[in-house]
Design a protein around this ligand. Structure first.
Ligand code: ZN
Length: 168
């Protein structure tokens, strides 16, 4: 869980896990472009999980909220995200969630969120998306104790996008 973890947790408790379906092709294409050649330490995908996959698997759930999450190489987006975000905003959200996986994050902290914002902006920029325009994404942010303030996150994205190679 990520941006609106509290709301999502309540929904999961009441309704069970949201049904996951494939991300529609137009957004799958954006997410794959942002993911680039894949996780730096990947080997290849094995169904039994014995090797790190190189690219995440992207899914969609039907929530109306604008949200994304990342867990063990599976990255989910909400229907609200694909319906309400521009391509630049979605690319930045995808970059953030992909970055959590590339960076090996387990769980959320203010430091992890900023690191994912920075690498995510680099990934989105390298894929040809406009990070400044995409940072309007943060209008959907719900600040909480795990997440830095909106202005801090926008600054992290703007200062990182296109100014360094991914992974630096
Ligand atoms: Zn995050």
């Amino acid at each position: 869980m990520d941006w609106v973890a509290g709301v999502a947790a309540i929904g999961a408790a009441l309704l069970g896990p949201p049904e996951q379906t494939a991300l529609p092709p137009a957004w799958q294409e954006i997410a794959l472009r942002v993911a680039g050649p894949g996780r730096p330490d990947c080997t290849r995908y094995e169904v039994d999980g014995t090797a790190w996959p190189c690219l995440p698997r992207f899914t969609l759930d039907q929530s109306r909220a604008v949200n994304g999450w990342s867990r063990d190489g599976q990255i989910g987006f909400t229907r609200g995200a694909i319906e309400r975000l521009t391509a630049d905003e979605f690319a930045l959200l995808a970059g953030h969630e992909i970055a959590h996986w590339y960076l090996g994050h387990n769980g959320s902290s203010r430091q992890a969120e900023l690191a994912a914002d920075r690498l995510g902006a680099q990934l989105a920029c390298r894929a040809g998306y406009d990070v400044a325009s995409g940072s309007n994404l943060f209008r959907f942010l719900h600040p909480d104790r795990h997440h830095p303030a909106r202005a801090t996150r926008i600054e992290a994205a703007l200062r990182s996008g296109c100014q360094a190679e991914p992974g630096e």
